[in-house]
Design a binder for this molecule. Structure first.
Ligand code: HEM
Length: 370
């Protein structure tokens, strides 16, 4: 049988078009000047677009911009997330506004005891939009304090300070202190009568603080007396140190928010883990049968206050009995019914034994730590 000979793939002749065999695709007359110009234009646009995409991709590959974008802006949030969750971002936005307006103010401000007030007057009265920018900075300071307290209240009332977010709470406490330091140090800068005397009062209050108070006041005053150096010190703190610290701490704060996620509102019921017993069968303080291991020890950490350490009552006081709701019934009886109990003949130690060996405080009421 004759196999069919492999056929040569025919070239796309549509571009050749003229059939004159030179294969350059040009018409006998060649493209017109306008066509050539159009082709160059299209190629240039494509090239530029590709160049841009490549540059963005190049940067993205190195800094993982897409990952950061996803983590910050398209991450999942718990059910029930509401407007109260915007208070942190609002605080951050105001901080950014303070930083921007502060940069413009610093362009005209002179941190000198003799010129500070004049420079502020000049900025307010003569500089284009000076009063507006100064007003934004001044009102922004109050707004930031209000927002930070509201944000703290939100995290407190939603229980967001609990495990595993304690560190974020601690960072937040430092942030709130630093924000107030910004308010204090900024207040002196206009160096008018009000700011001067108000800062002296604030400094005296600081000095009356226990242990560190006097040292802190000395540090802020930059010496034993309120002087021109005090203004320089406040300016440096207000312009450089404190905003730098706040910026860095906001970074750490957000990192933890992204890493740990946000807390669901307290009224949103948490889903029960798969295989968990229904809660109505788990009265506080009563270990479930499967929680008693072969030696009678409670191993899953459910009982953590030391009232039950080896499957028996160790301080003679039992957790509440689910049957009658009484807390006086020693759990030893319940434990004795368990087949796996080893300690003692009856499976439960005597009350004395239990009380003697117990590491638990005698006033333990057998409640299970939640
Ligand atoms: C400059 C100040 C602050 C900024 C910019 C800031 C920013 C944020 C942002 C954007 C969030 C995530 C969204 C939200 O829950 O609102 C957040 C969460 C959180 N913040 Fe702040 N915050 C600041 C100060 C504070 C303070 C003063 C506290 C408490 C003392 C605090 C404690 C927390 C906690 C515990 C979370 C986690 C919330 C959760 O898991 O639901 N923050 N913060």
């Amino acid at each position: 049988m004759k196999l069919p000979l492999p056929t040569r793939k025919s070239k796309d002749t549509s571009s050749a078009g003229n059939g004159n065999g030179n294969g350059n695709g040009a018409t006998p007359e060649g493209p017109t000047k306008a066509e050539r110009r159009e082709a160059v234009k299209t190629a240039t646009i494509h090239h530029a677009a590709e160049g841009g995409a490549t540059a963005a991709g190049w940067v993205d590959q190195r800094v993982n911009g897409t990952g950061i974008y996803t983590a910050l802006l398209t991450r999942k949030v718990p059910k029930g997330t509401n407007w109260f969750y915007t208070l942190g971002s609002a605080t951050m936005f105001i901080f950014a506004m303070q930083a921007i307006t502060g940069v413009f103010l610093s362009m005209y401000y002179t941190p000198s005891a003799t010129q500070a007030y004049a420079s502020i007057t000049h900025l307010t009265n003569d500089v284009f939009m000076g009063e507006f920018v100064r007003g934004m900075h001044k009102w922004g300071a109050s707004l930031m304090i209000i927002l930070i307290f509201l944000h703290m209240a939100r995290t407190f009332f939603f229980g967001a300070y609990k495990y595993p977010r304690e560190l974020n709470w601690v960072i937040g406490v430092v942030l709130i202190v630093l924000t107030m330091v910004m308010g204090l140090t900024g207040y002196l800068l206009p160096f008018d009568q009000r700011s001067f005397w108000a800062t002296i009062v604030a400094n005296n209050i600081t000095a009356s603080g226990p242990v560190v108070g006097p040292y802190l006041a000395d540090f802020l005053r930059a010496g034993p007396d309120f002087s021109a150096t005090t203004l320089s010190r406040f300016y440096a703190l207000h312009m450089l140190l404190v905003p730098g610290l706040i910026g860095a701490l906001i970074g750490a704060h957000l990192f933890l928010v992204v890493k740990l996620g946000t807390t669901a509102p307290p009224w949103v019921k948490a889903a029960r883990p798969k295989g968990a017993r229904p809660t109505e069968f788990v009265p506080a303080g009563v270990p479930a049968p499967e929680e008693l291991a072969a030696n009678g020890a409670i191993t899953n950490g459910a009982v953590t206050n030391g009232a039950v350490t080896n499957g028996a009552v160790t301080n003679g006081v039992a957790p509440a009995d689910p049957a009658d709701g009484s807390a006086d019934e020693p759990v030893a009886e319940a434990a004795a019914e368990e087949p796996a109990i080893e300690s003692g003949e009856s499976g439960a130690p005597s009350d004395q034994e239990a009380a003697g060996d117990s590491p638990a405080p005698s006033d333990s009421d057998g409640e299970v730590n939640a």
